[in-house]
Design a protein. Structure first.
Length: 281
């Protein structure tokens, strides 16, 4: 299966989301393209939920060869594509779409691999036998549950503003390990080893209201969101006395490298990009 190619001009890729103006993906994929000598252009496409299907299909008919998908479209993207990779099928959420010359749209999810690579390789964390709390129950969480549970965690708790949504999601992944769902207020007050924020609240400058006692002096707090300075979540984690509070720059880069591999057949090295982004973190 060969990816459809344009002639004489750079191939087009981009990020679809709402909002997307904050994204560093064009910078990251630009560095990837330069380091691997690939001819491509990567742009941002602001698309509202009600326009998602129509506008994304327009992108592909206009010559775009692949897109990344971010909030709030990851589950809608799984419904759009013709074919899902096994990890995207398990997640029922898609963050990468590739367009092939036979007009097949292949949906993949590189979020989980991006997160675990960042946690284990870049941050040197051991996940086995750890108690993990993940905040949120949307498409971003769906993409990472499988890879996290493969690490043989002692316990994984999904907490969400709507408890029923968290419990339904936990039940869907219960065959992979010890996972449960809860509302924020119902969380057992004892320190977790790792707390991951996968809510979109930070994009609005907000932070879920959580009980005290979830963070101990050994707790690592990881925000999937990123940006200059502290996020609301990392500020909360620091105030709670976390051992480490970090943002999702590494996950962003590592999942992007996996998307690049799907599109171009080559996985770029990520270290130089991580170093470049560290200047902005």
């Amino acid at each position: 299966m060969n990816i459809a190619a344009g002639e004489g001009k750079p191939d087009q890729y981009g990020l679809v989301g709402h909002p997307v103006s904050h994204s560093w993906s064009p910078f990251i994929h630009g560095l990837f393209a330069k380091s691997t000598a690939q001819s491509l252009v990567y742009r941002l496409f602001e698309i509202k939920p009600e326009d998602f299907r129509r506008d994304v299909l327009k992108l592909f008919t206009s010559g775009v060869r692949g897109v990344n998908v971010t909030v709030p479209h990851k589950q809608a993207a799984a419904d759009l594509v013709n074919e899902l990779t096994p990890r995207a099928a398990r997640a029922q959420a898609v963050n990468t779409i590739a367009f092939f010359e036979d007009t097949t749209l292949l949906g993949d999810n590189t979020d989980g691999l991006g997160l675990t690579v960042d946690l284990e390789r870049n941050l040197k964390l051991t996940l086995a036998d750890q108690r993990v709390l993940i905040l949120g129950a949307g498409g971003a969480v769906r993409g990472v549950l499988g890879p996290l549970l493969e690490r043989e965690l002692r316990e994984l708790v999904i907490a969400n503003r709507t408890p029923l949504k968290a419990k339904k999601l936990a039940a869907e992944f219960a065959d992979l390990g010890a996972v449960s769902g809860s509302g924020y207020a119902e969380l057992a007050v004892q320190p977790f080893d790792l707390i991951i924020n996968a809510t979109s609240a930070g994009l609005r400058g907000e932070m879920p209201v959580l009980p005290d006692g979830l963070v101990g002096d050994q707790t690592v707090c990881y925000d999937m969101a990123y940006g200059r300075g502290q996020t609301p979540f990392t500020a909360w984690a620091t105030a709670q006395g976390a051992a480490l509070a970090c943002k999702g720059w590494g996950m962003l880069v590592e999942q992007a490298a996996e998307s690049f591999l799907l599109w171009r057949g080559i996985r770029p090295h990520t270290q130089t990009v991580l170093e470049a982004l560290a200047e902005h973190a």
